[in-house]
Design a binder for this molecule. Structure first.
Ligand code: SF4
Length: 469
């Protein structure tokens, strides 16, 4: 254990095929790495412990590094308790979480994996803000204590986008045989040239390694519906966001102030609509609502906002079926780009700063929009590159450790920037100087050079220059 963070790449395996279902997961806010990941880790530990027939009397959890520094604002502690109690982000009704937690606190007992009561108090979650585990800035250790005094511990890492790794677990399988394996943007272009396929077509074919095409379509449609529902729910809500910063939700008031019911009826307001959609999602995320990690929760508003832009403005006159197919193409293309960042760098803000979250989402959305606007593979690659190039160096410095300032507004910037990147790329022929691979590598190097104060620790930037009231 050490006092200074390092960013050793734990899961950087460029050859491991990644599915769209790994990039887009439906979970709860406010953070994929600090809420969704810890809940999954706690769930896994509880299931594995009971599954081995063990019946502990107590379970404690030690949170390290970024998880400890911003864990309270990111609800890491409550997510861990819920995970130990047998809840997963996909199944938990966000509206029920408060009641479940109140019951555990009141009884001072936690139903481990939902079935085995153990004594539990809030102090069983221990924050270690000055200690970073050597493998990753987001580390957590669970310890089960038994009646005979023996203990069993496991360490997990939340590596971004809600994904977790258990220390000592066998490496993820790399033997999934996809039809068009790719590890770089250059691969995508080469395969496209040889096969005549679009980037979305390649990913769609690859997904057959995991499930039938109809199931992939159903999954993509469910993601689209969840993104859209999140926008609509966010617009309907008013009031103050939780956490103590007293941040007022703005989406509802902005929606009331826009002229006309139809986005685009006033051309001057187009970007205001886009910003509204992104705001709505990220206000829902900050409130602990249901969101799609795309590729993370903090950056969850960018892709839905740009997808809604496509559906309501670009594709407003096409058939419902064509619009639905366009949305699938949008998500498949975005996923291909997200896979490259996950393979070659990281989507964890604790490793890369916000360039790895909102920057990546912007890059994904830019390429996806270029695809549904009819762009060639080279124009898509160009759009994705532009989307990241102008987010390089973006730090993560959330005030109060909450995913609110600068996060909520930042998603509006990511969405607007993505649209601009797509149209810029479509004005060219796809040839450009900085490749997507070069910009991903630049992001990785910049992230590794970035001081830890700016990587989801709330020890620098806005987090120390704005007084919380
Ligand atoms: S600043 Fe960016 S990376 Fe950091 S918590 Fe907010 S959205 Fe996530």
């Amino acid at each position: 254990m050490r006092s200074q963070p390092v960013t050793t790449p734990l899961d950087r395996n460029v050859d491991r095929p990644i599915s769209v279902a790994e990039l887009f997961t439906i979970g709860i806010g406010p953070s994929s790495s600090h809420t969704v990941g810890p809940m999954r880790a706690a769930f896994d530990f509880a299931q594995r412990t009971l599954g081995q027939g063990a019946r502990p009397q107590r379970v404690t959890c030690d949170l390290y590094g970024s998880l400890a520094l911003t864990g309270r604002g990111h609800a890491t502690d409550t997510a861990t308790i819920l995970g130990l109690a047998g809840w997963e982000p996909e199944r938990l009704d966000p509206d029920a979480a408060t009641g479940i937690l109140a019951g555990i606190r009141e009884r001072r007992q936690l139903p481990l994996a939902g079935s085995h009561d153990i004594a539990f108090t809030e102090t069983d979650i221990v924050f270690h803000p000055r200690q970073f585990l050597p493998e990753h800035p987001n580390g957590m250790t669970f310890t089960a204590t038994f009646a005979d005094g023996s203990v069993h511990g496991e360490t997990y890492f939340s590596i971004g986008g809600g994904a977790i790794l258990r220390k000592g677990a066998p490496a993820a399988a790399t033997n999934v045989a996809v039809r068009y394996p790719f590890t770089s943007g250059a691969d995508l272009l080469t395969i496209g040239d040889a096969s005549g396929l679009s980037i979305a077509d390649m990913v769609r074919a690859n997904e057959e390694a995991w499930r039938a095409p109809a199931e992939t379509d159903a999954f993509l449609d469910a993601v689209r519906v969840a993104m859209s529902a999140c926008i609509d729910r966010g617009i309907a809500q008013e009031g103050i966001l939780p956490g103590g910063l007293k941040v007022r939700r703005r989406a509802h008031a902005i929606a009331q102030g826009l002229t006309g019911d139809v986005p685009g009826s006033n051309p001057a307001e187009v970007f205001e609509w886009v910003s509204l959609w992104a705001l709505a999602v990220n206000e829902e995320n900050a409130a602990g609502g249901r969101v799609v990690t795309a590729p993370t929760n903090g950056a969850a508003g960018v892709l839905p906002a740009v997808l809604r832009f496509y559906e309501t403005l670009v594709a407003k006159d096409v058939s419902v079926e064509a619009r639905g197919e366009g949305a699938r193409t949008f998500l498949l293309t975005a996923a291909a780009i997200g896979m490259l960042y996950k393979k070659r760098a990281s989507i964890s803000a604790a490793e890369m700063g916000c360039q790895g979250e909102v920057g990546v989402a912007c890059s994904m959305a830019a390429g996806a929009l270029a695809a549904v606007l009819g762009g060639s593979n080279r124009q898509i690659e160009n759009a994705a590159e532009i989307g990241m190039e102008h987010n390089l160096g973006l730090t993560c410095d959330p005030i109060g450790g909450l995913v609110q300032i600068p996060c909520i507004e930042r998603n509006t910037m990511g969405a607007v920037k993505a649209i601009n990147a797509a149209y810029l790329a479509l004005r060219g022929d796809g040839s450009h100087i900085v490749s997507l691979d070069a910009v991903i590598e630049t992001m990785r190097q910049t992230g590794e050079d970035m001081r830890s104060q700016y990587k989801e620790t709330s020890l620098g930037g806005l987090a120390v220059n704005v007084v919380e009231c």
